[in-house]
Ligand binder design. Structure first.
Ligand code: ZN
Length: 591
């Protein structure tokens, strides 16, 4: 279950945080008050999750009563889950308060120096709690099976702004004190904080974007369709329940594409490419406001209930706002990513929709399999029952489970009752079991097709069999990011150096400002030992910390002895700028 919390005995209902961000010491310190409900009247000890925290004091209090010190013990840490904090809870107490501080190496936080930001003047801090990193900066019951509301006071240097994934209470600008309130019950992995030189640019009544000042205009332009996406999603799946929907653009070291923190998605700057071709990321994070944040996987094995649903929803939103052509390209690219993830998996169960996580840090099993296999599963169901009926079914699923944490078994029961039974025999139990447990895409899948990507393949074949560079360049001038990525990714891994150099010179690939295009180009360059691209690749790997964009480059390099040497040299320079999560992945790979 990836938690030490004894939620059979106590369950947290509300959290009160009072934290100070100390950039010199790289620590968050202060108090976390947990107001809980007793489930077992005889229980005398509450167990909380922590990782690398210093615990200074623990107090307890009865309803409305005074605080008094209580005893506690911190168990030895395990690599997968950290340390259990065991707190003695007197009879009658309904709250405890822990005074603590986080470690400078807290896995859920990244402390950036001014040099690592766009503005270069102020430091930056951001949190990333999913899957089980909230425990590295808050003492709590760190499991998606528990939902809580919270209030927070965050104290920061006066020139900086704090943003949490919650409602901001009006405060005094420049006071260095920010207050937040989260009225909807959320799982702990959705608690989020960012502190930096942040400015807000509104995009509509209820959407806007937080960025460093230098990026404000470009970000607001790239994401201007966010309101349209919200309307499209509401029309399909019911009202948006979280008030505002803002985006917060992080520095490039953010290890993920996006994180669906409620009310304010945290996003990588690597999707700001000028032509909105990568805003499916916003559709994805927005979709989590239904699948994930509203209806939440109860355990990390049920992760596909978050990500498979969201990937399916994302492409439906893209279809409404940008058209079928882009959605289908995304589906094809997803299918290819799925095949690659299955190849890369070292544990067989990780190739299925339901990875076995017992004793493992959920991050170790992380892959796109739950995303893409899950989305294909839902597309299969859609094809069998019709889009209208399936949309109504999904909306009902969200409505009837709002603000609840759910298991795969609950979904299957709901599916059987409200969809399968409407047309008995159309989908068999054996088919459902195959979708859940197969290490491959089941034969019953509806495979996506994309004319646009087929045309890219034709252009590729024409050029490879002697067609002119001019003709290729002319066709390519109209390509979106997806078409470029497909073209480069589908070129043979062994090519004539002259042909690569000619292509590079004409299509400006080594110098591409688009991080997705540069990524696939560098992989082709590594495969061909096309060294002219390596200096730019090194700069890219130092500047960007998004795992999806850098980890495959390190892996490709590490496959040969000289490549491994180069990977180690680059990593020595880049490591300090990476997030602890990316450092963990790469330390293991390059050791
Ligand atoms: Zn997601």
């Amino acid at each position: 279950m990836a938690t030490y919390a004894n939620i059979d005995a106590f369950v947290t209902k509300h959290l009160l945080l009072d934290l100070t961000a100390d950039f010199d010491a790289k620590t968050l310190r202060g108090t976390a008050e947990l107001q809980f409900e007793r489930r077992d009247p005889r229980a005398t000890e509450m167990v909380l999750d922590t990782r690398d925290l210093q615990i200074w004091r623990v107090e307890s209090a009865p309803p409305g009563g005074a605080w008094s010190d209580t005893t506690f013990r911190l168990d030895p840490a395990t690599p997968a889950f950290g340390s259990a904090l065991r707190v003695a809870v007197p009879a009658g107490a309904d709250r405890i308060r822990v005074t603590y501080s986080s470690s400078p190496a807290a896995r859920g936080l990244q402390w950036l120096t001014p040099a690592q930001t766009a503005g270069k003047k102020h430091p930056f801090l951001f949190s990333q709690a999913q899957a089980i990193h909230a425990r590295s900066f808050i003492t709590l019951q760190d499991t998606p099976g528990v939902r809580l509301t919270y209030d927070a006071t965050v104290r920061v240097p006066k020139e900086l702004v704090a943003v949490m994934a919650a409602e901001a209470r009006p405060g005094e600008v420049g006071s260095g004190v920010f207050q937040f309130h989260m009225p909807q019950p959320i799982p702990s992995y959705l608690i989020a904080l960012a502190v930096g030189d942040l400015t807000f640019t509104p995009m509509s009544e209820r959407t806007g974007v937080w960025t460093e000042p230098a990026m404000a205009a470009a970000a607001a332009r790239e994401f201007e369709d966010t309101e349209k996406m919200m309307k499209a999603t509401e029309a399909l799946y019911g009202p948006y329940r979280w008030g505002r929907y803002d985006l917060l653009v992080l520095p490039p070291s953010f290890p993920y594409g996006g994180m669906e923190n409620p009310r304010v998605t945290f996003a990588t700057p690597t999707v700001i490419v000028g032509d909105k071709s990568l805003v499916a990321l916003v559709a994805h994070e927005l979709a989590h406001s239904w699948s994930g944040n509203l209806v939440t996987n109860a355990t990390w094995t049920d992760f596909w209930l978050n990500e498979g649903f969201t990937t399916y929803l994302e492409r439906r939103i893209v279809e409404v706002v940008y058209g079928r052509r882009l959605a289908d390209m995304e589906r094809i690219i997803g299918l290819r990513d799925l095949a690659q993830a299955r190849k890369d998996a070292t544990v067989a169960g990780d190739r299925t929709l339901l990875p076995a996580l017992s004793g493992r840090d959920p991050d170790d099993a992380y892959s796109v399999v739950p995303y893409e296999q899950g989305a294909l599963f839902l597309s299969f169901l859609e094809s069998k029952f019709g889009r209208g009926a399936f949309d109504r079914f999904l909306r009902r699923w969200f409505d009837e489970h709002e603000f609840q944490s759910v298991t795969t078994a609950q979904f299957l029961e709901f599916l059987s009752k409200h969809l399968l039974s409407t047309k008995p025999g159309v989908v068999t139990d054996a088919q459902i079991q195959e979708w859940l447990h197969s290490e491959e895409v089941p034969g019953s899948a509806v495979m996506p097709q994309s004319d646009a990507l087929e045309k890219v393949e034709q252009a590729r074949d024409t050029w490879l069999s002697g067609g002119s560079m001019d003709a290729l360049a002319k066709t390519a001038s109209a390509w979106s990011t997806q078409e470029w990525v497909h073209f480069i990714d589908s070129l043979p891994r062994t090519m004539d150096t002259g042909k690569l150099a000619a292509m590079d010179q004409r299509l400006k690939l080594t110098d591409s400002p688009n991080p997705e295009i540069a990524h696939v180009w560098f992989r082709l360059a590594i495969a061909n030992r096309y060294r002219a691209a390596f200096p730019a690749m090194e700069r890219y790997m130092i500047a960007i910390g998004r795992r999806k964009l850098i980890v495959p480059l390190y892996r490709d390099l590490a496959a040969t002895p000289d490549g491994k040497k180069l990977a180690a040299q680059i990593y020595a320079k880049a490591r300090e700028g990476y997030h602890p999560v990316a450092q963990g992945t790469l330390d293991a790979m390059l050791k």
